[in-house]
Design a protein around this ligand. Structure first.
Ligand code: SF4
Length: 330
């Protein structure tokens, strides 16, 4: 098969996000309506064997890092078994997980043994009632126990805490998140709110920017910026007094598309070349119709070649994708 994956803009594509389910046990305001969304039928969702086959093929043609997402991946029955199947694929440098942490206390041991190398846990508030207000679940103590449980496995590093920054909400959380970053080994990152919410409530002025949060923090804690890794989504800073790291993922105010290396596979087998793609390539159909690796690889290469240069969130006429965050997987 030809050389490693590149898009039409010369970017090397080596990072794959795999959504293993569209289902979730939370109802976060910035993602999903209170009543939830119509879930995919069981047979519509890729089986573990289908996911493993596609991931294995994608690794063969250039993918190196794989992040497992959802919905909420831990609600998929037998998920640690899928991790073990993917962990056995040669050529994966990094096998990571993004979770809301609610089932992490239950699964931490199994995930660590199965080969998860790093974990991002979504926590938008460190105050119980405010956590409930965002997620519509009274689950903060359980999520914090999950963080402790996964942190107990030294082979799973780093463990990061991601907080979606929402105007007129997150400002009050900054101090608590700084304390978490300064008193634990968890790297805390704030993520700007993106126009991928199920309620379509996103507005440009609902974005609390990374810059605003950083300057609020610097009034109390001087920060020093760390060098940016290639294709990284976060700008990471360390507290000048040496205790901990804090980061800012600013897709709206400081897009990082120029060296994007990411590809996404949805739970029902659609390839998305950008978080904000308005088009998708179906892999499940050809896969279930008996397509060989060469045919599937050609479909993938063609889609990747036409990968979007960047998102157009800040441009007039921006059109949000029909698919919302919970069905993309971040
Ligand atoms: S918006 Fe699209 S092009 Fe930009 S960084 Fe995200 S996935 Fe890459």
């Amino acid at each position: 098969m030809e050389g490693p994956l590149h898009d039409g803009h010369g970017r090397r594509i080596s990072d794959l996000r795999v959504s293993v389910t569209d289902r979730c046990n939370f109802r976060c305001q910035y993602c999903m309506p209170a009543e939830g969304l119509p879930w995919l039928e069981r047979e519509e969702v890729l089986s573990f064997e289908e996911i493993a086959r596609l991931v294995s093929l994608l690794v063969e043609i250039g993918i190196e890092d794989v992040r497992l997402t959802g919905g909420e991946p831990l609600v998929r029955r037998g998920f640690p078994d899928l991790v073990a199947m993917l962990g056995a694929i040669e050529g994966i440098h990094d096998l990571a997980l993004t979770t809301n942490g609610y089932l992490l206390e239950r699964d931490a041991e199994a995930l660590a043994v199965a080969g998860i190398g790093r974990v991002n846990v979504s926590v938008d508030s460190l105050q119980r009632d405010r956590f409930f207000a965002v997620t519509r679940r009274d689950a903060l103590p359980q999520v914090l126990r999950g963080l402790e449980a996964i942190a107990a496995h030294p082979q799973v590093r780093p463990v990061k805490v991601n907080a979606v920054a929402m105007r007129d909400f997150t400002e009050e959380e900054v101090g608590r998140f700084c304390e978490l970053a300064r008193s634990t080994s968890f790297q805390v990152r704030f993520i700007e709110f993106m126009p991928l919410d199920g309620d379509r409530a996103w507005r440009p002025d609902s974005v609390l920017t990374g810059e605003e949060l950083r300057s609020a923090i610097e009034e109390v804690h001087p920060l020093e910026e760390l060098p940016r890794e290639p294709s990284a989504t976060a700008r990471v800073f360390r507290f000048a007094d040496g205790s901990g790291e804090i980061g800012f993922i600013n897709p709206v105010s400081e897009p990082f598309c120029a060296d994007c290396n990411r590809l996404r596979l949805t739970a029902e087998g659609k390839l998305r070349t950008c978080l904000f793609s308005l088009r998708e390539t179906d892999l499940r159909g050809p896969l279930r119709a008996g397509a060989g690796d060469e045919e599937l690889a050609a479909l993938i290469r063609d889609a990747v070649w036409r990968k979007e240069l960047k998102h157009r969130v800040n441009e007039p006429g921006f059109q949000a994708p029909v698919r919302t965050m919970s069905a993309i997987g971040g």
